[in-house]
Write a protein that binds this ligand. Structure first.
Ligand SMILES: Cc1cc2nc3c(=O)[nH]c(=O)nc-3n(C[C@H](O)[C@H](O)[C@H](O)COP(=O)(O)OP(=O)(O)OC[C@H]3O[C@@H](n4cnc5c(N)ncnc54)[C@H](O)[C@@H]3O)c2cc1C
Length: 510
């Protein structure tokens, strides 16, 4: 359905919204969820697909950011560690603990330095569910086995891993369940003040249809486009207080599974950076990331040959069994929209966020700079707090203590929930069961309820992808093509056959 139909058919009265959010990355959907939960009428427009840009290209970590301690970014690490705990509690199917092994190398940071950093890291976030760090001897502990023999000991500490795209999608699902309207493939082309409100011009990027809506408040959550978007509309011209964005590209390589176990390795590099090697999607190993300034179109970001070499060398610096470029199965890249704090080195630029109020307009317009996946909930809360304050509305932040849509497992927790669900759907193969449970949480019942065998899930498209799931995705998760399904609602694209892909594409070509 085109945007005109989508908005008009639904409810004519909804053509005015309290809040219009531009951008469907983690920040946009987080703001939509928070604002809808405070009773605002919300519309979110996303030019491409949800999580189609930076939010699907992260290192998949919900972390305090151990290395930011070196930059004395204690406030950021404190906030991020607190958020790690909140997200682990509120989205435990999508956020899980990962044991990180940091081998010690006498040419790198000294033991006392790492020990001190980890001491802070264990304490800065306050009360936590994850275990404390400790020193380990590799001759006593199997985790040292795949590493180069030069490493004799290291530190073990904990962070969390996340399914970044599912986190975006489930925030959008949650926002929609609270009344927010989510429009994908809808680009904001213009913003104008009219009668004290924002007139927002939208264009359906597939049909070229256009429509105007009005909104009392607007948030520019366009991530790497934050500055380009404002420039294209002439907003911020002659505004000397307007912050600048620093675009920093980061890439990852995916290898076949390189070692046994669910732990990750944190490898210190000669240039002072650290590279993360982690289990990924069951059968793979993720290596990343790079950091380099970026000036191109964020929609067209790709790994370079140098980045592949850098990541292969980083891997080889730590592991006994080396790799070459030909071992790389897949790569992905993204652009960090960082707040430009004037630092020379891209690695040192702050990961703090900044919310800018374009105060010269009659109606509130905020632009969001910087931030991390980890802190999106707190950032979203800050953005909505600011909107409430500027517009004189009442309503307090609520999201710290409420489970995300699909993650409401109550006191039993995710593991116990899985055991119960497994006995209910005992006919599901283990792999498929775990994929459904971790991706959809309690929402798995939406397409499994009543089914008693795989045959009840409808047509099989190949590689354990059934009609029931696809129908659910089309209806409730804004899926409109095969790519949405295999890369942003799942990572099935990593391993499905060409035939399965063609079968799924067939659904959307009719
Ligand atoms: C390589 C890399 C690794 C990272 N690793 C981590 C990590 O491990 N942990 C962590 O916490 N953080 C990490 N981050 C940071 C994190 O991914 C980002 O901070 C976060 O995803 C930014 O989200 P966003 O919503 O601001 O931007 P995006 O996800 O880019 O979303 C912005 C959206 O706005 C849309 N848009 C743009 N213009 C318009 C328009 N005119 N109309 C409508 N829509 C529009 C775009 O299509 C896009 O979908 C990493 C970042 C990178 C690049």
């Amino acid at each position: 359905m085109c945007i005109t139909c989508c908005i008009l058919v639904d409810k004519m009265s909804d053509i005015h919204y309290d809040l219009c959010i531009i951008g469907g990355g983690i920040n946009g959907v987080g703001i939509a969820r928070d604002a809808a939960g405070r009773g605002l009428s919300v519309i979110l427009v996303e030019a491409h697909d949800l999580a189609g840009a930076t939010s699907s290209a992260s290192s998949k970590l919900i972390h305090g950011g151990l290395r930011y301690l070196e930059n004395y970014d204690f406030t950021l690490v404190h906030k991020a560690l607190k958020e790690r705990e909140i997200l682990y509690k509120n989205a435990s199917n999508l956020v899980w603990p990962v044991e990180c092994i940091l081998p010690m190398d006498n040419k790198q940071r000294p033991e006392w330095f790492l020990r001190l950093g980890l001491w802070f890291y264990d304490r800065l976030g306050g009360k936590k569910s994850l275990p404390d760090s400790r020193l380990i001897k590799f001759w006593e502990d199997g985790v040292g086995k795949p590493l180069k023999k030069k490493y004799k000991s290291g530190f073990r500490y904990f962070d969390c891993q996340v399914d970044d795209t599912r986190l975006v999608i489930m925030n959008a699902v949650d926002a929609a369940s609270r009344g927010a309207k989510i429009l994908t493939h809808t680009m904001c082309k213009n913003l104008k003040i009219h009668d004290g409100k924002w007139r927002v011009s939208l264009k359906d990027t597939r049909s070229d249809d256009s429509i105007d809506i009005s909104a009392s408040m607007v948030v520019n959550a366009t991530g790497p486009w934050v500055e380009g978007f404002l420039d294209s509309l002439g907003i911020g011209v002659n505004d000397n207080d307007l912050p600048s964005v620093r675009l920093v590209k980061g890439s990852h390589i995916i290898l076949p599974r390189m070692y046994e176990g669910n732990h990750a390795y944190v490898l210190q590099q000669e240039d002072g950076r650290i590279v993360f090697v982690a289990p990924y999607e069951g059968g793979y190993t993720l290596v990343g990331t790079t950091e380099e300034d970026f000036n191109g179109d964020p929609r067209d970001v790709h790994i370079s040959d140098q980045e592949i070499s850098y990541l292969c060398n980083a891997y080889n610096s730590g592991f006994e069994k080396g790799i070459s470029k030909s071992d790389v199965i897949f790569t992905f890249s993204g652009v960090r929209p960082l707040l430009d704090d004037g630092k020379d080195n891209a690695s040192k630029v702050t990961r703090e966020h900044f919310i800018y109020h374009h105060g010269r307009y009659e109606a509130p317009l905020l632009s969001l700079y910087g931030g991390k996946l980890t802190t999106y909930r707190a950032v979203s809360q800050d953005v909505v707090d600011k909107l409430m304050q500027i517009s004189g509305r009442v309503g307090v932040g609520w999201s710290a203590n409420i489970a995300l849509a699909g993650s409401n497992f109550g006191d039993q927790g995710f593991n116990e929930y899985c055991l119960k669900q497994k006995s209910k759907y005992n006919w599901l193969p283990d792999d498929l069961f775990m994929r459904y449970a971790s991706s959809y949480g309690t929402y798995m019942d939406c397409f499994l309820r009543g089914a008693t065998s795989l045959d009840d899930l409808g047509k099989h498209y190949g590689d354990s992808i059934y009609e029931a799931e696809i129908e659910y995705l089309k209806k409730y998760e804004w899926v409109s093509c095969a790519e949405d399904i295999i890369w942003r609602r799942s990572k099935l694209g990593l391993y499905i056959s060409d035939q399965t892909l063609a079968n799924i594409e067939g659904i959307f070509s009719n």
